[in-house]
Design a protein around this ligand. Structure first.
Ligand code: 8X3
Length: 258
């Protein structure tokens, strides 16, 4: 049986994209699944898929949560305990994204990006590290980005926060070496999801152009990498994993066939 059998995985941004694909694979590996996102209807659909993949042996909970609601995040662990989850083995901080491709952007976009990608990730990490310490075991997996490896035009705020995610995750990994808690950053390049639609403020045409003429990563590709990290034996810690499409070398070096 899988090393993940019977473990509990908590996934933010679970209503679509990488979060959804990861939840489904973890359910298939026998994990109990806590799905967190703002959109309840979409979450319910993902929950159904997880139940189909995981069978009767797993618990699946679809819970509405805005990761930017600090009080709601504070209530999360007690509420999950009430719902029958006793321990938390894997946290996947996947919620996040970029809004706008202009230089810097307005203050509300700046605040939103810092809050969603960084402050929420820090609060959730802190919350679940406290829980995992009780069992002296667990795994925090933070989703970084190519934007945490290079700073590109049109990404000043997003690149800043993703660099911060990388630094935070590395510090946390070092701080927890004496514990049974592992910390991993999985950092993808271009993955075809709703990411670019949000970045281009709903302009689907501009979003589609990002992935034109080459084969981008799929959410399932990154889900496989995340699950691979989680599946390593407990003495193996994948500290970071940088994953690009084969046709991508950097934010701007992409072999497109026109
Ligand atoms: C991944 C998106 O455009 O920074 O976060 O590679 S991008």
């Amino acid at each position: 049986t899988s090393r993940l059998q019977g473990k509990t995985a908590v996934i933010t941004g679970a209503s679509g994209g990488i979060g959804e694909a990861t939840a489904i694979l973890l359910a298939r590996a026998g994990c109990h699944i806590v799905l967190l996102a703002r959109r309840q209807a979409a979450l319910e659909e993902v929950a159904q898929k997880c139940r189909t993949e995981g069978g009767d042996g797993i618990k699946v909970l679809a819970k509405t949560l805005d990761v930017n609601d600090r009080e709601a995040v504070e209530r999360l662990v007690p509420e999950l305990r009430e719902a029958g989850f006793e321990s938390f083995d894997i946290l996947i901080n996947n919620a996040g994204g970029a809004v706008g491709k202009e230089q810097v952007g307005g203050l509300s976009d700046i605040d939103f990006m810092i809050s969603t990608n960084l402050v929420s990730l820090m609060q959730l990490s802190q919350t679940f590290v406290n829980e995992m310490k009780k069992a002296d075991s667990g795994h925090i997996i933070n989703i970084g980005s190519l934007a945490g490896r290079e700073a590109y035009v049109g990404g000043s705020v997003y690149c800043a926060v993703k660099h911060a995610v990388k630094a935070f995750t590395t510090s946390l990994m070092k701080e927890l070496v004496a514990t049974g808690i592992r910390v991993t950053e999985v950092a993808p390049g271009f993955v075809e999801t709703n990411f670019s639609v949000t970045r281009f403020r709903g302009d689907a045409e501009a979003a589609a152009k990002v992935y034109e003429g080459f084969q981008p990563l799929t959410p399932e590709d990154i889900a496989e990498e995340i699950v691979w990290c989680a599946l390593r034996p407990s003495h193996v810690q994948i500290a970071e994993l940088y994953v690009l499409p084969s046709a991508q070398g950097s934010a701007t070096i992409i072999a497109r066939k026109s």
